[in-house]
Design a protein around this ligand. Structure first.
Ligand code: ADP
Ligand code: MG
Length: 230
């Protein structure tokens, strides 16, 4: 087992009923690095993140977080260990303000550090009194990330953070991820290959429920140039 791995997934198999969608997935996520998972729609990326975060029970395999086995723990137990998961749908409480959305998370987390959130996402300061319903996609993504890092966060899993966002907002998020990487271990599912290449310290490629490539150096990551390579 590699030392310095913040998170490790070993031989994970996941099925929905009779239908098996993850096959012996093994991935290692080093501490304080940005790992990016790419692959076409239906490759199993979301299923992998949900299983790591405790929302799906793997049929077999294990998840090890900082040396602690967390396989089979419930999502709230996983969160308490400092692993946060931001799902693909970018849902915030639409009837609550940004501040209230954050406060809700802070009650759940007990330990919270507002200054950290505003350091990484200064734009949230001006939005504190705006209701979730009136936020743009990029602002919702920032709120979700702010909520996730309010308490202690060792590992942050983010599913398709830039999906459907305007290019200027994508650049803001890329900058935020780069800063966050010095603070925690990032695992991103990212369909935008330019973003994936810019951020990745290592990159996993998934296809039909399997990990089919692991690119751990710049040359390898740069070589993944086109959607058709996926
Ligand atoms: N709740 C579910 N029930 C049954 N099959 C599902 C469910 N969610 C996803 N799948 C199937 O599992 C496969 C992987 O899906 P998913 O993990 O969402 O892929 P990705 O995130 O890479 O697009 C797909 O074939 C998808 O249709
Ligand atoms: Mg998905």
């Amino acid at each position: 087992m590699a030392t310095g791995a913040a998170l490790q997934v070993n031989n994970m198999n996941v099925s929905y009923g009779e239908s098996r969608v993850l096959f012996d997935a093994s991935l290692t996520f080093p501490a304080s690095a940005v790992s990016v998972i790419v692959g076409r729609n239906g490759a199993g990326k979301t299923t992998l993140l949900k299983a790591i975060a405790g929302f799906l029970k793997p049929g077999s395999g294990s998840v090890v977080l900082g040396g602690d086995e967390i396989t089979g723990l419930r999502p709230y137990q996983v969160v308490r260990k400092g692993l946060k998961y931001i799902p693909q749908d970018k849902e915030v409480f639409s009837d609550l303000t940004v501040r209230e959305n954050l406060e809700l998370a802070s009650y759940a987390m007990k330990d919270h550090d507002w200054s950290k959130v505003l350091r990484y996402f200064p734009k949230l300061q001006q939005l504190m009194h705006r209701k979730g319903a009136y936020l743009s996609g990029g602002e919702r993504q920032m709120l979700m990330m702010g909520r996730a890092i309010l308490g202690k966060t060792h590992v942050l899993l983010v599913d398709e953070p830039t999906e459907g966002l305007a290019p200027s907002i994508v650049q803001d998020l890329v900058a935020a991820f780069k800063q966050l990487a010095s603070h925690c271990t990032l695992v991103l599912v990212e369909q935008n290959l330019a973003v994936a290449r810019e951020l990745a310290d290592q990159l996993y490629l998934m296809k039909e429920g399997k990990v089919v490539a692991h690119l751990a150096d710049r040359a390898g990551i740069e070589s993944l140039a086109f959607e058709k390579d996926l």
